[in-house]
Design a binder for this molecule. Structure first.
Ligand code: AKB
Length: 312
């Protein structure tokens, strides 16, 4: 069997996806590519390098006889605003290298888009699959560009590339990245370490969110679906729950009544205001049977237990 390459293997999604892929296909079938961070307990095939290096990427595909790539490496919304040129290079040039390799070697590709592809002109509620995509962050611009590139490579070259517009994903295996929805992970570090958290979004900043186990399940289901079921080749709307920082805080207070949160919004609040609050993901549900399991209370418990165990 050909191997699977995962870029951004130790990021928020990669840290959960790589073990699942290893479990499903065997540890020898997965190659983890990291730029810098590698978790100390990692067991498996490891490569170090940068997705901007097209020669390195081509060499890896040949060396490991790669048949599939989960291309997760990327800068997030807040990080992208600090370094817009770097965001473009990693998020767009990196994806283009992967798609070119996919065209040459008939690789199957997963690439994540994001709710950041939406913007202020997108409806706030129940965003339909086909809608206005006018983001105001560089991260969002790279996601819209990436979606169109994916569709182009599918239409023109038959590349089997599949994508999901990830909402805010909440997991505990990796440290949260420099994003906007990531407050929903940081808050648990505040809880466990200091019993205090200063939130960088307003109390009422409602955003689409999902627990990581659901995201991994959905990602694997999309990749396993027969090609004829995939009707969207830009990126599927993908949703589970939506909540505000205040609602998450109230959920935590149920088991940690002394926990204190103060709301001191910074520049990330403006990013959040440009994104929708709820998403219509009926195409994903109808085409390949997407269904989420984790609601807010279940996600809160899982994150609390996971982060508590990690810190202690
Ligand atoms: C971010 O907030 O930048 C990311 C995302 C929604 O893609 N978590």
């Amino acid at each position: 069997m050909k191997r699977i390459l995962v870029t951004g293997a130790f990021g928020l999604v990669g840290s959960d996806l790589v073990p699942e892929l290893q479990k499903k296909f065997g540890p020898d079938s997965v190659v983890a590519l990291a730029r810098e961070t590698v978790s100390s307990d990692f067991k498996g095939i490891l490569e170090k390098g940068d997705v901007r290096d097209s020669k390195l990427m081509a060499d890896l595909v040949k060396k490991h006889d790669i048949g599939e790539i989960y291309h997760l490496a990327g800068l997030l919304s807040a990080g992208g605003e600090k370094q817009p040129d770097l965001a473009w290079e990693i998020n767009v040039d990196g994806l283009k290298h992967v798609l070119d390799l996919a065209k040459e070697h008939q690789l199957k590709v997963f690439w994540p888009s994001s709710i950041a592809a939406f913007g202020p002109s997108t409806p706030k509620q129940n965003v339909p699959q086909h809608t206005s995509l006018e983001p105001t962050t560089m991260y969002g611009v790279t996601k819209v560009t990436g979606e169109l590139l994916c569709q182009y490579y599918f239409e023109k070259y038959g590349v089997d590339v599949r994508s999901l517009r990830y909402p805010g994903l909440n997991g505990y295996k990796a440290k949260p990245g420099d994003g906007t929805t990531e407050y929903a992970i940081h808050i648990f570090y505040g809880l466990v370490k200091d019993n205090y958290y200063e939130c960088f979004l307003q109390a009422d900043a409602r955003l689409p969110m999902m627990y990581m186990d659901d995201a991994i399940k959905g990602t694997l289901a999309l990749m396993a679906a027969p090609s004829e079921k995939i009707t969207i080749r830009t990126s599927y709307n993908f949703a589970a729950i939506s909540f505000t920082p205040e609602e998450l805080y109230q959920e935590i207070l149920k088991f940690a009544p002394d926990f204190k949160v103060e709301f001191k919004p910074d520049s990330r609040q403006k990013i959040a205001e440009g994104w929708p609050q709820t998403i219509d993901d009926s195409s994903a549900r109808n085409d390949w049977g997407w269904k989420h399991e984790f609601d807010l209370p279940k996600m809160t418990q899982a994150l609390y237990e996971g982060i508590k165990q990690k810190i202690n």
